[in-house]
Every structure is written in C-alpha cells, then in structure tokens.
Design a protein around this ligand. Structure first.
Ligand SMILES: O=C[C@H](O)COP(=O)(O)O
Length: 254
C-alpha cells in the first residue's frame, strides 16, 4: 500500500471585525515578509481580513506565499442582497479561501447547516476553498453531545462536490473561542478523529482533507494542539492580530 502523503498544515488567521487600513496592511505585509524570508516552511499561511481590506491586503502581499480569504459569503453570485458579498466578489478581490459557518455567523445571524452548505457550494463555484466551521457549545459538551453535534454539523454543512482540495473543516468549540479555555489534547483528538470518519463519503479523498482546530490558540499552546493526531492546522482569532503571536503559532510547525 502506498504511504499517505503528509497533510501540510494550514495556519489561518480570522481577523473578524478588526483592522483599519493602515494597521491591517502593516500586519499583512509583516507576515508576508516573514514568510518570504523563511523560505521553505512546512505550513501554508492565510489571513482573512474584514471584507473592506481583502482587496488591498491581497494587492499588498501579491507574489508572496501569504494567502488571503474572506470571512463569509452569500449563496448567490450577485443580486439584491444589501450588505452581502458573493464568493465571486471575494475571488475577484484576490481571495483564495472563505470561512463559512463560523459560530459567530451561526449564532448572530441564525445560519444553519443547510445555509452553510449552500455557502460552501457557492465558494466552490467561484473557485474558492471553503473553510467550513463546526463546533459544540459548552452546554452540548457538558451534556455529552459534542461528537453528535459536530457529526451532524459536518453531515449537513458539506455540499456535493467537496474535495480535499476545495474544502477545509475547522473544529471550533464555541466555549473555547476568545475565552482562553481550550479542550484537552485528548478531547481534540477524539473530535478530530470523529470528523475524519464523518467526512468519509462526503469529501473526495477524505484522508487528505485538512481539519483545523480553532479556539484560543496561542504561541504557548500551539505546539501541543498542532501535534495532536488529525490536527492539520489552526484557525486563529485574537492571536492572529499580532504578527509575533501569529508567526509564533506557525513556527511551531516549521
Ligand atoms: O475563527 C477563529 C476562532 O473563532 C478562534 O478565535 P480565538 O482564537 O480568538 O479564540
């Protein structure tokens, strides 16, 4: 049997609703410069700035290995959807990726699995990699339902046509986001193994699909979290807003 090629880690930064132009461009250029200077590294790096900065950040880092993505997209290509952004617009602005189904979208905007799946499909149609987020609340974890909840979200949020190349899963326990709390390495391993099984039959080439962990990842805990089985990178919020912290996280997988 052929050995399975190693999955390259993806270190993704979700800036959320943070970043005015000057600071955002400075941060992106700083990271791109470090990546360029580092030469050959064992990870891919992505930043997802607010929509207002996608184009200028993409222009500022063009020609470097730093990738740029959006934080959400609409299911339609265009139309009367005030305030929304299509996947095609993100691609046109220099994005290669888009986050869909983040728990902040699920909670604050009532997004359900079917909508997340449609958004991921729209991303694929536009040639973007969809980063599909799943994760349980504290109440669900304490009720012993974490695996069921995450399995159901995975089943409902991945569209037909998903492949290991166009889809990344991000496991983000809601209670770990922005709280400084993280699950144990054993809990992360259990959920990621569950996700790996759950994507079988839903994502083409499931063994090669990347499954990220997100929730209070920092330089101090990154080495442990990123060495857990089936953890193929990190989706980082707060710590992606400071170049030293974000780079410090990435460096643990060099
Ligand atoms: O998308 C990123 C996550 O919500 C994690 O955020 P955090 O690193 O601030 O906990």
């Amino acid at each position: 049997m052929e050995p399975m090629p190693e999955r390259r880690k993806l270190i993704a930064g979700n800036w959320k609703m943070n970043g005015l132009r000057a600071a955002g461009l400075e941060l992106a250029k700083d990271l791109a410069g470090r990546l360029d200077a580092a030469g050959s590294v064992k990870f891919d790096m992505l930043v997802c700035p607010p929509a207002t900065l996608v184009h200028s950040v993409a222009e500022a880092v063009a020609g470097t290995p730093l990738a740029v993505g959006g934080q959400d997209c609409h299911v339609a290509k265009s139309g009367a959807h005030t305030g929304d952004i299509s996947a095609a617009m993100l691609a046109d602005s220099g994005s290669t990726h888009v986050i869909v189904g983040h728990s902040e979208r699920r909670q604050n905007h009532g997004e359900d699995d079917a909508l997340v799946s449609a958004k991921a499909s729209a991303a694929h149609q536009a040639g973007l990699v969809a980063i599909v987020c799943v994760g349980e609340t504290l109440e669900q974890r304490e009720a012993g339902k974490a695996l069921d909840v995450v399995g159901t979200q995975v089943a409902g949020s991945i569209p037909a046509g998903a492949t290991a190349a166009n889809t990344v899963i991000a496991y983000e326990p809601v209670w770990a986001i922005g709280t400084g709390k993280t699950p144990t390495a054993a809990d992360v391993a259990e959920v990621h193994a569950h996700i790996r099984k759950a994507i079988d039959g839903r994502i083409e080439n499931p063994g090669q699909a990347r499954i990220l962990y997100g929730g209070s990842v920092k330089p101090s805990n990154a080495a442990e979290l990123l060495s857990v089985d089936n953890v193929d990178g990190a989706l980082v919020g707060g710590a992606s807003l400071a170049a030293d912290d974000f780079w410090g996280i990435a460096e643990t997988c060099r």
